[in-house]
Design a protein around this ligand. Sequence first.
Ligand code: RM4
Ligand code: MN
Ligand code: MN
Length: 405
Amino acid sequence: MKSTDERSYDVLTESLADNGIDVTGVEERLRAQRIETPSWGYGDTGTRFAVFPQEGVPRDPFEKMADAAQVHALTGVCPSVAIHIPWDRVEDYGELKGHAESLGLRIGAVNPNVFQEPEYRLGSVCHPDETVRRKATDQLLECIEAARVTDSDVLSLWFADGTNYAGQDSFTERRHRMMESLGEVYAAMPNGMRMLLEYKPYEPAFYHTDLADWGAALTMSQRLGERAQVLVDLGHHAKEVNIEYVVALLLDEGRLGGFHFNNRKYGDDDLIVGSVNPFELFLIYVELVDAEERSATRIDYMIDQTHNIEPKIEAMLLSVMNLQQAYAKALLVDRTALREAQRGGDVLTAHRILLDAYATDVRPLCARIRESLGGASDPVAAFEESNYAEKVAGERKEGAGAGWS
Ligand code: RM4
Ligand code: MN
Ligand code: MN
């Protein structure tokens, strides 16, 4: 007799097929979905009030890779891991690459961290003092080298640069300083490497931020060249901003290079993607699917979350499942009917086409995809059954867990 999972899958796929959906095509695209997980999502993180250390947290980048390998094994779609330097600085990046490969992983985006050292109090590449800008630029160049050695082709840049008080510095001069530094970094990237520019409206700077929004990131990337693109972090917008519209606009300009998935209720909360506003996530994927169908642009889909009070590997698994579901639902949108309704000015039909796709329970389909990739139907349950967490908690007793400072 068929299991409940199998029966749910049959019911779902039969009804999709009856509605004219090419189920095999949808499955193929779901199998090709890739989501990069961040090394820092496995370590201890917190708010500015406290960091709550968890048992068994990785103590170094090698152990972070081991945890990331669990996520890939159970989902089948997370073969790459983003690293943050200096949090993940190692003597020998070739060794880190080899270690990742031995676990079935590869190194993804390299993220320079030019915001924690005392010199960076007034900024990094926008700092008024040339020697500080030099130090920051050198750190970016070091990351290009780390990327080269680890076979990564993405340099992902986020700057905490900004000011806290009106009059503190010149907006324009700061912009020019950034252009000069990034121009040097861009020129140093080997062919085939891309630079992603991530914007954020505020925090840690509270008066102005040097790359505050998509416009600032887009114009900077246009100044630099084709291989500079914009990265959208879902937590980096003012509250009412229509992110799916920003996504569509950047896609149309051919400049959307990457994503940082997470979810927020207020500020840059870095909660589990899809935990607060799954409908928004779906609408973003609707735009992404639309663009995928128009051209083959490369977008790096990455998670950028900090799991402060929840277990970290399970949080990552749930995030990946939410992303699979959002993508699956977006793939179910009847695009032909949608265009027709849009052209005919049929407002509610157009809207209901989206609602129908969103309301479809795609969980049996996503479970089947994971299984076909060697993962688990229910990754969180499978992880809990594996006792991996208990095993590493026993092994990782000596020394402190890796954190973000
Ligand atoms: C920022 C931004 C960056 C992340 C840092 C730690 O808010 O999201 O992507 O690397 O936090
Ligand atoms: Mn981010
Ligand atoms: Mn952020």
